[in-house]
Write a protein that binds this ligand. Structure first.
Ligand code: BES
Ligand code: MN
Ligand code: ZN
Length: 415
């Protein structure tokens, strides 16, 4: 059953954005015969929209919120219990969304792989049922994570993997969420053009979504086992950076000819997927990545691209997406695309030189690292993770897309 009403969600966000300018957070919302689910969705919209990133701005007294004031919802006595518990749940989920936005909006001089790892480590201390483990650069090198190493080695900020485990003592298979965490993507030696390159600080959006989802699940007291894995690196050009033409070997043992250092996301994800399958034998994997500009050509910022080897998981994601207004659209995978990434010099190459189907060839590349028939879905969120002009539920910058989608997927299907 749909417990979010997307028009209420958007109405709440729009009302909040305009009233806040005049009354701050000192006002009451009174509904007339709306019903608790609609009221709660409206409140959720307000909470999602109640976000701004001003950690780097000088404090202005006029902007200072009066912390003694709170937005009030008027309801009948009969409704109060149910409304309160729903709003508290949405407050927990919104905390996850806001955490994800904070990570994405942080400037890239201050958000680098080890900083992300430190924040995860510190964050986990508040929860008894969450553990964070870090695989540092030396350990990744030693383990044979050649993709992660190749992408991160040109930066003075060394790469790492961060592993989140919730309720890890529970036996059996569990969902594993994997996030691309490129804290800045210059393209490397295959350097990107200068215009809008600052937006590549959002290239860790997948990892921010995974972290934010763990927060949402922890806040709402999720009882099941869930694992998150983020592969963190900064893609820089340097004297010791990876060159186009380099052949590397990833954790799976497969070799990759790197023809374009700007197709770096699939390299770090390949190692993360191998690690995930070997270490966790997951119930399913969902990876999230700002992987291709091509998905923005296909779907803009309305849908994330969904690529999957599993119809059930796909349909669950599509339904969860409709429910929480974080939509996904299924795109094809097919072995016929494989020839486009076969290499003369290695087991595969990281770009398709023929051209076309940029998002699918990237997904097809990732699928080569799913070796145990694990149900797997890849979400290309390049068009969703950040927004220049803002959307219904956010005012621009990092959106936190995917936190509510994954929370809903897990809450509804994998408690
Ligand atoms: N991080 C980018 C993709 C991206 C582009 C995300 C725009 C958000 C907005 C990714 O690493 C990349 O550079 N992809 C290349 C792949 C190409 C070299 C095959 C692209 O999409 O151009
Ligand atoms: Mn790139
Ligand atoms: Zn990238």
């Amino acid at each position: 059953s749909s417990d979010v009403c997307s028009s209420d969600l958007k109405a709440g966000a729009a009302v909040f954005a305009s009233i806040k300018k005049i009354h701050g957070n000192d006002f009451t919302v009174r509904f007339i015969d709306a019903g608790v689910p609609h009221m709660a969705a409206f409140a959720e919209g307000m909470m999602l929209r109640d976000y701004s990133y001003d950690h780097y701005k000088m404090k202005d007294d006029d902007d200072d919120e009066d912390s003694t004031k709170q937005i009030r919802l008027a309801c009948s006595e009969k409704e109060a219990g149910e409304l309160t518990s729903l709003v508290e749940k949405y407050r927990g989920i919104a905390k996850g969304v806001h955490l994800s936005r904070d990570l994405g909006n942080c400037p890239p001089n201050d958000m680098y792989p080890e900083e992300f790892a430190d924040r995860a480590w510190e964050w986990a201390k508040q929860y008894d049922n969450v553990e964070v483990t870090i695989i540092n650069y030396d350990q990744a090198l030693k383990a044979g994570m050649g993709g992660l190493v190749a992408v991160g080695k040109g930066s003075s900020r060394k790469p790492c993997m961060v592993i989140f485990e919730m309720n890890k003592d529970i036996k059996g298979k569990c969902p594993v969420l994997v996030g691309k965490g490129i804290t800045f993507d210059t393209g490397g030696i295959s350097l990107k053009p200068g215009a809008n390159m600052d937006e590549m600080k959002y290239d860790m959006g997948g990892s921010a979504t995974v972290f934010g989802t763990m927060e949402a699940l922890a806040q709402t007291g999720h009882k099941g086992k869930v694992v998150g894995i983020t592969c963190m690196a900064e893609n820089m050009p340097a004297a010791n950076a990876t060159r186009p033409g380099d052949v590397i070997k990833g954790l799976s043992g497969k070799t990759i000819e790197i023809l374009n250092t700007d197709a770096e996301g699939r390299l770090v994800l390949a190692d993360a997927l191998t690690y995930t399958e070997e270490k966790f034998k997951p119930k399913f994997i969902v990876d999230l990545a700002t992987l291709t500009g091509a998905i923005i050509v296909s779907l803009g910022s309305e849908y994330a691209g969904l690529f999957s080897n599993d119809d059930k998981l796909s349909n669950q994601l599509i339904e969860a997406g409709e429910n929480v207004e974080e939509k996904v659209w299924r795109m094809p995978l097919n072995k016929n695309f494989d020839k486009l990434i076969d290499s003369k010099n290695a087991d595969m190459q990281n770009i398709n030189y023929v051209g076309g189907a940029g998002s699918t060839t990237a997904a097809q590349f990732l699928q080569r690292f799913i070796l145990n028939k694990t149900p797997w879905a890849h979400l290309d969120i390049a068009g969703m993770a950040f927004s220049k002009y803002g959307g219904a539920l956010n005012s621009g910058g990092a959106t936190g897309y995917g936190v509510r989608l994954l929370n809903k997927l897990i809450e509804d299907n994998y408690e």
